[in-house]
Ligand binder design. Structure first.
Ligand code: 8YV
Length: 317
């Protein structure tokens, strides 16, 4: 009998075909009554597949007594209940590194679009307003300071790109790193010295509201905020208010609270460049993420070391 695998959220077709060949799949994602479906198949499930926007809950861990691994097609695992996984002996894997470049590219895309006012420029051409004169001058990146909130793999890739645009790099985080950039202990202190800050920290309870109203105010009316992390990382109400009042210059946002129906105020903000949580959304990268999920499951069932395990908290005694 093939291993029994629960699909909480699907992978790309190529990888789903690999899973169908190797395992008996149970499609929770397609079940009309998910609770009834879990009650029926849950006792025999040995592994689960999900994505970052869906995650894995404590209730699911409790409904899958034989499950030993959850593999997510995402680098972020803020919607996976790691404590529940630790308590139930469930390993967790994610998909780091394969998406770093696309996410960093997206941060620079959003920064350039916000600084050079790409949406406004496109409207200037499409509307015919150009015939009446040029659009307003915009902001150059060269010579400006980019503050990275969370200098992890993605944050470092963003810094590398920004340096190529002639920007000076600074950063904030839990502790200083061995890097040639100025360190600030808080986003507020960083924002006071930066022209742009990019949120690149992991999502989750410990970074909720990390980029505060004070940090956004410190950026100021010419400052730009870019977020490719999670909507939870920034005080979103403050972000909207400061953009509306002009006390923050502009924003480039890939992530929001309440995805996929973010606060409708964002649609009214001419100084916000908006992207639908699509920083890793290329064929190449999503294929690589999906394949890493397949590879993690294959390693698990072969009794081999997991390629990309997520560190779990110590299970409560
Ligand atoms: C995922 C992401 O595509 O990797 C992450 O953490 O946010 C994206 O790359 C998204 O989470 C899928 O739901």
């Amino acid at each position: 009998m093939k291993p029994q695998v629960l699909i909480i959220a699907p992978l790309l077709p190529n990888q789903m075909a690999q899973l169908e060949a190797a395992y008996d799949l149970h499609r929770l994602d397609k079940a009309a009554d998910k609770a009834a479906f879990l009650a029926e198949v849950g006792p025999r499930i040995e592994a689960a597949v999900t994505v970052g926007s869906v995650g894995f809950t404590r209730a699911q861990a409790e409904a899958l007594p034989k499950c030993k691994i959850v593999s997510t097609s995402s680098v972020g695992y803020d919607k996976i209940d790691l404590a529940a996984c630790a308590e139930h002996g469930i390993a967790v894997t994610n998909t780091p590194d394969v998406l770093t470049d696309d996410v960093a590219d997206t941060a620079l895309m959003l920064l350039l679009a916000a600084a050079r006012q790409l949406p406004q420029g496109e409207a200037h051409v499409r509307s015919g307003a150009w015939a009446k004169g040029p659009m307003p001058l915009t902001m150059a990146l060269k010579g400006k300071t980019l503050g990275v909130v969370g200098l992890g793999r993605i944050g470092q890739a963003i810094a590398d790109r920004a340096e190529a645009f002639g920007m000076t790099i600074a950063y904030s985080g839990r502790s200083p790193k061995d890097v040639p950039y100025a360190y600030y202990p808080t986003p507020e202190a960083l924002a006071a010295e930066a022209d742009v800050i990019v949120a690149a920290a992991a999502g989750g309870p410990e970074t909720k509201g990390l980029v505060s109203r004070a940090a956004l105010e410190a950026l100021g009316p010419k400052g730009i905020f870019v977020n490719i992390a999670r909507g939870s990382v920034v005080d979103e109400a403050a972000l909207i208010e400061l953009l509306q009042s002009g006390k923050l210059g502009a924003a480039g946002l890939d992530v929001f609270e309440n995805e996929p129906t973010p606060d409708p105020a964002f649609a009214t903000l001419a100084t916000a460049v908006l992207y639908p949580h699509h920083a890793s959304g290329t064929v190449e990268t999503r294929e690589a993420m999906s394949q890493l999920v397949v590879d993690n499951l294959a390693a698990h069932f072969a009794g081999q070391p997991l390629p990309t395990p997520v560190p779990l908290p110590k299970a409560a005694a």
